[in-house]
Design a protein around this ligand. Structure first.
Ligand code: FCB
Length: 441
């Protein structure tokens, strides 16, 4: 199964999760036992602030040609309207480091982390956030824009909102519930529109999009009409409401639909972050969405979620039919410390991408989450998403078998039954039914 010669093979990380010691971020004061699993905070992360280059070397050696990373607003602007030239210089070096290694950077401006001073002002529950976000974006464009061909404004805005305002698993903004959530989404949309136009006016050739967390939501097997109705509500809200708003320029909140100035058409691509399938029941649990799966489901570490590769194809098909734009798989992965499932996961999810491309669905690249194990938000270091294992205490690295498999895939732009035979024999019959004899070659 071969991929187009211009396909982007990437991995993804975010600043707070890998840089370490982001003291001006709201996560820094939040992360403590009780708020995160385990007793280990982000600490030095993966030591990227000092030496991201070591892991960029690994990404290049793995055969990838792209990397998705984010900028830490709280480093670039540690106090309102005070920009830090040293932090900007460090990001220039990291971005140049990507280019030097043949890794095209895709840069996220906001990935789940706020400057503390912004939180004090009410962040996304205060209209002033829009001007601050516009100015932060303008600064980044002026200082780093020449190194950034692809941008993501805000990572997973709906998930971010749900985690903060409904589940309360992320740093506490002091407001909760649906009213505060919709107010924040509304302001995030305005921030997105402001950033989109700021970037495009300066660099019309760069591509700007968002990374949307899109999962398969179905009524639990044997569920009733209410369960099915609820699954539809969640699907529309969680998967579709954000990209739909960028498409139409309107957002449907609690008090009906609202038009947002200069929002319509503000995307050059759609980013899909796909992880799993959820079975839903009505009424929902107090935490809004609970992981649930069928009896035969293959489930990743710590009950994170079901491995459901076909869902990636379903999301690609859904997005292709709704939006006329290129698609990037901006995240896809699973927590799997022992690398028990990851090789098969990789092969089967990439097979879904290949399948979609063979139907001319416009998937232009794939960024695996993640290059290295990193600080997994409220789950601390208890969930390991890395192709490469990291010991956060010693900073030692070890390639998991999946990293070697991904290397073979990236270098050959293909998936083969021979790879499956060596890395995930259980997938042979799934992916190449009746074609196993060739694997002995
Ligand atoms: C996504 C986040 C990313 C990481 C993965 C596992 O929702 O964007 O930072 O936590 O999940």
């Amino acid at each position: 199964m071969t991929f187009p010669p211009d396909f982007l093979w990437g991995t993804a990380t975010s600043s707070y999760q890998v840089e370490g010691n982001n003291r001006n971020s709201d996560w820094y004061s939040w992360e403590a036992p009780g708020h995160i699993r385990g007793d280990l905070g982000c600490g030095d992360g993966c030591n990227w602030w000092a030496n991201a280059e070591a892991d960029l070397d690994i990404a290049a050696e793995m055969g990838t040609n792209a990397h998705r990373l984010s900028l830490e607003w709280s480093r670039i602007e540690p106090e309102p309207s005070v920009f830090d030239p040293a932090a900007i210089a460090r990001y220039r070096a990291i971005l140049q480091g990507c280019h030097d290694r043949g890794l095209e950077p895709m840069v996220t401006l906001h990935h789940f982390s706020n400057p503390l001073w912004l939180v004090d002002k009410g962040d996304f529950n205060n209209d002033i956030v829009v001007d601050y976000f516009r100015r932060y974006t303008a600064k980044v464009v002026a200082e780093l824009g020449d190194l950034i061909p692809k941008w993501i404004t805000i990572n997973e805005p709906i998930t971010y909102g749900v985690m903060r305002y409904l589940r309360r698993d992320f740093p506490n903004p002091g407001h909760h519930g649906f009213g505060a959530l919709f107010e924040a989404i509304h302001n995030m949309l305005r921030c997105h529109a402001a950033a989109y136009h700021t970037i495009k006016e300066a660099n019309p050739a760069s591509l700007v999009g968002t990374a949307n967390n899109m999962q398969v939501f179905e009524a639990r097997p044997g569920g009733n009409a209410l369960d099915r109705w609820w699954a539809g509500v969640v699907r529309r809200f969680y998967n579709d409401s954000w990209p739909e708003a960028l498409h139409t320029g309107r957002y449907r909140g609690l008090a009906g639909s609202k038009r947002i100035d200069q929002l319509a058409g503000t995307y050059d691509f759609v980013g899909i972050n796909y992880y799993t399938r959820f079975y839903l029941r009505f009424p929902p649990p107090p935490c809004f969405i609970e992981s649930d799966w069928g009896p035969d489901a293959v489930v990743s570490d710590g009950g994170y979620g079901e491995v459901y590769p076909h869902g990636l194809y379903e999301m690609i098909e859904h997005v292709t039919k709704r939006y006329d734009a290129p698609i990037y798989i901006t995240e896809n992965g699973l927590p799997d410390a022992a690398d028990r499932l990851r090789p098969g996961f990789l092969l089967d999810h990439l097979r879904q991408v290949w399948h979609a491309i063979s139907f001319c669905y416009p998937v232009m690249g794939y960024y695996h989450w993640s290059l290295v194990d990193n600080f997994e938000w409220d789950r601390g270091w208890t969930q390991r998403f890395g192709l490469v294992e990291v010991d956060p205490l010693t900073q030692e690295r070890a390639w998991r078998p999946s990293a070697y498999l991904y290397q073979e895939i990236c270098r050959s732009y293909s998936l083969s039954n021979d790879m499956a035979a060596r890395y995930a024999p259980e997938m042979l019959d799934v992916i190449w039914p009746g074609n196993n004899e060739m694997s002995v070659l």
